[in-house]
Unconditional design. Sequence first.
Length: 276
Amino acid sequence: MFIEIIKAVLMGIVEGITEWLPVSSTGHMILLEQLVHFNASEEFLSMFRVVIQLGAILAVVVLFWKKLWPFGIRRGRVSPKPAVFGLWVKVIVATLPALLVSPLDDWMEARFYNHITVAAMLILYGILFIWVENRPAAPRSGRPMQIGLREALIIGIWQVLAIIPGTSRSGATIVGGLLLGLPRALVAEFTFFLAIPVMAGASLLKVVKFALSGVAITGAEVAVLVVGCAVAFVVSLATIRFLMDYVKRHNFTVFGVYRILLGLVVLAVAGVQALA
């Protein structure tokens, strides 16, 4: 039991870091799973990989509560915040493309959750990051509430590409936002907000599918899930703060280079396994 909890802590750390940095949580999970093997059913592990994201989502809600909660107190009375309602409209618009392709999620995972696909996406988006950050561009200033419906929809379409394992949800949306000429901090923040409905919906879907599978969940598995989510929450708090501070002074080129190197490592692991 203790060993399984340690494994959950490691998974939570990886999730809390890689869910928000544009480096692909899937790529890191594949490498970690080479070292860490849970004593649990495959159905539970499939759910765990997604539901652990709930801890990461909670970190966004805690850090950006004032920007996300659409009501305030004015003159002793509860009053709506029109700007925040407008933000949520844009988040919903950006979520619609992902909702349309969500039925394909299990099909994509079954066919493309492998070393070659993940490595290819890591390298491809690494090259994209380096190209986007080094092309001549003049980003416009603004805050998330100032992203128009058009920009929100385009960012949402880019997010759909994250259905391919190894792409990185945050990586795809950030690339899409940068191509639109939006400031890095603005794109990063909107990416955090967009994660709330997308990741919550994906987690709920996985829980429902697990429940319908008829596989019983053990007490040890519940403990693993809770610990993983808790650690992902704490690590996400630090990661989000780091990224928001980082993008104020630097661009995403270093993440592009890291993705390429990680992709090569994943390919090397695949090669070693093929020869074994």
